[in-house]
Write a protein that binds this ligand. Structure first.
Ligand SMILES: NC(=O)C1=CN([C@@H]2O[C@H](COP(=O)(O)OP(=O)(O)OC[C@H]3O[C@@H](n4cnc5c(N)ncnc54)[C@H](O)[C@@H]3O)[C@@H](O)[C@H]2O)C=CC1
Ligand SMILES: N[C@@H](Cc1c[nH]c[nH+]1)C(=O)O
Ligand SMILES: [Zn+2]
Length: 434
C-alpha cells in the first residue's frame, strides 16, 4: 500500500517535511565541490581529467574527453530505427513549441510624442548545457536544452554529459545533439563539468551561462560558482502532484504517481485528492503496478513514496488546490472532471497538464513543452526552460527633437535634485548645440 496521509491530521513538522521534499544534503557535496573547483582552477585540463578518472571513466585523457566525429558517426549507426523516428517527432514538436516562443528581435513603441522605448533581444553568446546521466540516459533532456538554445540563435553551444565506465557518451543523446546542431560535447559530469564550463581551461573555453538539471554534486558546484557564471534555473530531484477528484479513474492516478516516483529515492511523487475512495483505490492499484517495474526502479518508488511522496487526502477540492499552490510542484497533472474549470486557480506549478490523455511522461518526451523544470518549490518564481533562458534583452530608446523638448525639463529637474551636474549639463548643452 502506498501511504495515505490525511492533510488535516498532519503536524506542522510533517507538513514542513513534505514541503521541503528531499532537500539536498548539499553540505558534503559542497566540500567535495570546493576541492574539485580549486583543483581545476589551478591545474586546468589536467585537473578536469583527474576527476573524470576518479568519478566516471578511468581511461580519460585530455584528448579523449571531447566527443570526436567518429563517435558522432558511430552514434548514428547504433541508434535503433524506432528510437530515431521517436527522436525525430520529439525534435519537431519541441522545435515548434520553442519557435513560437521567440519574441520579435526589436520592439519599439511610442511612449509619448517623439519618445520611443522598447527592447532589442539578442542571444547569449556562449552557453553550456548539462545533460545528466546518473540514474538514466537522458536524450530527452539533450533535446529540451539544445533545441531552445538553437532556436534562440546561441552562437556557441557546449554540452557536458558524463561518460560511462568505458568512456562512452550515451549514443542517442549524441544523435539528438547533432540534430540540434551541437558540435562541442565533453564527457564530463558533476562538479568537473560545471567547473570547467564556468572557469574555462586551455581546451574548454568558458561559457556565459550554464543550464541543465543535475544531481547534488552539480548543484553544489553551481552554488559555489554563482557569481562567476549564470547558473540558470534550480532543477533538481524530480517531483509531481497528480490532482484528483471524485471523477478520477484511480488506475490513471496510480499510474501517473509512479511516473514521478521511479526517478529516484529522492523523488517526491504525490497524489492529492479530497475523495477517499479514489485515494484508497489508487493506493491499491499503485501497489499492483509497482510489481511491473524492475527491482531497482521499484525500490526507488518505494523509498521515495515513503519518504517524500504518497497520497494526500484533503477535505475539499479547494483544500487540494491550496496545497498545490503552497507546494509549487515541478509537474502538476489535473486528472479531474473539468481541468479547464480549475486552471485559473493554479498559481504555482512548473508544468500544468490537463486531462486524462496528458500524462507527464508524454510531456517529458513528445508533446514539445519543455521538461526541464524548476524544483524544490522554485516553481513559485522560476519557469520551465525556454528560449528566454538563452536570450537577453537590451532596453532600446530613441528620442526625436519633439520628444527631447517634452523630456528636457524633467531630466534637468531630477538631475539637479539627485546632485548629478554632468547629467544636467548634457541636456543644457544640447539645447544650444542641436
Ligand atoms: N528538474 C528537471 O527538469 C530534471 C531533473 N532531473 C534530476 O537531475 C538529477 C540528475 O542526477 P543524476 O542522474 O545523478 O546525474 P548527474 O549527471 O547529475 O550525476 C552524475 C555525476 O555526478 C558525479 N558524482 C557521482 N558521485 C560522486 C561523488 N561521490 N563525488 C563527486 N561527484 C560524484 C559524477 O561526476 C557523475 O558524472 C536527478 O535528481 C534527476 O531527478 C533530471 C531531469 C530533469
Ligand atoms: N520527467 C523527468 C525528466 C525525465 C527524462 N527522462 C525521464 N524523465 C523530470 O521531470 O525530471
Ligand atoms: Zn521522467
Amino acid at each position: 500500500m502506498v501511504r495515505i496521509l490525511k492533510l488535516s491530521q498532519l503536524s506542522d513538522a510533517e507538513r514542513a517535511k513534505l514541503q521541503k521534499r528531499a532537500e539536498l544534503d548539499i553540505d558534503n557535496a559542497l566540500k567535495v565541490a570546493q576541492t574539485v573547483i580549486e583543483t581545476i582552477r589551478e591545474r586546468g585540463d589536467a585537473g578536469v581529467v583527474d576527476y573524470v578518472r576518479r568519478f566516471d571513466y578511468e581511461g580519460a585523457t585530455v584528448e579523449n574527453i571531447k566527443v570526436n566525429e567518429a563517435e558522432f558517426e558511430r552514434a548514428f549507426q547504433l541508434i535503433e530505427p524506432e528510437v530515431k523516428t521517436a527522436i525525430e517527432q520529439a525534435f519537431r514538436n519541441i522545435q515548434e513549441v520553442h519557435r513560437r516562443q521567440m519574441p520579435e528581435e526589436i520592439q519599439l513603441a511610442e511612449i509619448e510624442a517623439g519618445v520611443f522605448a522598447g527592447e532589442k533581444i539578442s542571444p547569449i553568446p556562449n552557453v553550456g548545457l548539462y545533460v545528466p546521466r546518473g540514474r538514466g540516459a537522458f536524450p530527452s533532456m539533450m533535446l529540451m536544452l539544445a533545441i531552445p538554445a538553437m532556436v534562440a540563435g546561441v552562437e556557441r553551444v557546449v554540452v557536458c554529459t558524463p561518460p560511462d565506465k568505458q568512456g562512452n557518451v550515451e549514443p542517442v543523446s549524441l544523435v539528438a545533439a547533432r540534430m540540434a546542431g551541437v558540435r562541442e560535447i565533453y564527457k564530463l559530469g558533476g562538479v568537473q563539468a560545471i567547473a570547467a564550463l564556468a572557469l574555462g581551461t586551455k581546451n574548454i573555453k568558458r561559457v556565459d551561462k550554464i543550464t541543465g538539471p543535475c544531481s547534488v554534486y552539480g548543484a553544489a558546484a553551481k552554488r559555489l560558482l554563482f557569481g562567476t557564471v549564470d547558473v540558470g534555473l534550480p532543477a533538481g530531484p524530480s517531483e509531481s502532484i497528480v490532482l484528483a477528484d471524485e471523477s478520477t479513474d484511480a488506475r490513471l492516478a496510480a499510474l501517473d504517481l509512479l511516473i514521478e516516483a521511479e526517478h529516484g529515492a529522492d523523488s517526491a511523487a504525490l497524489l492529492v485528492t479530497h475523495c477517499e475512495q479514489v485515494a484508497i483505490a489508487a493506493s491499491e492499484y499503485a501497489q499492483e503496478y509497482l510489481q511491473k517495474l524492475p527491482d531497482w526502479r521499484r525500490e526507488f518508488c518505494e523509498a521515495g513514496l515513503a519518504a517524500y511522496g504518497g497520497i494526500i487526502l484533503t477535505d475539499s477540492l479547494q483544500q487540494s488546490l491550496d496545497f498545490v499552490n503552497e507546494y509549487a510542484p515541478e509537474h502538476l497533472e489535473l486528472l479531474v472532471s473539468n481541468p479547464f474549470a480549475i486552471l485559473g486557480k493554479i498559481k504555482n506549478a512548473g508544468e500544468i497538464l490537463l486531462g486524462n490523455h496528458t500524462p507527464s511522461s508524454m510531456a517529458t518526451y513528445a508533446i514539445g513543452v519543455n521538461a526541464v523544470l524548476p524544483t524544490g518549490s522554485f516553481a513559485r518564481s522560476y519557469s520551465a526552460v525556454s528560449v528566454y533562458d538563452f536570450l537577453k534583452r537590451s532596453t532600446l530608446a530613441y528620442v526625436t527633437p519633439e520628444g527631447f523638448e517634452k523630456l528636457k525639463e524633467t531630466t534637468k529637474t531630477l538631475a539637479e535634485y539627485e546632485g548629478f551636474p554632468a547629467h544636467k549639463l548634457a541636456i543644457q548643452h544640447r539645447e544650444i548645440l542641436l
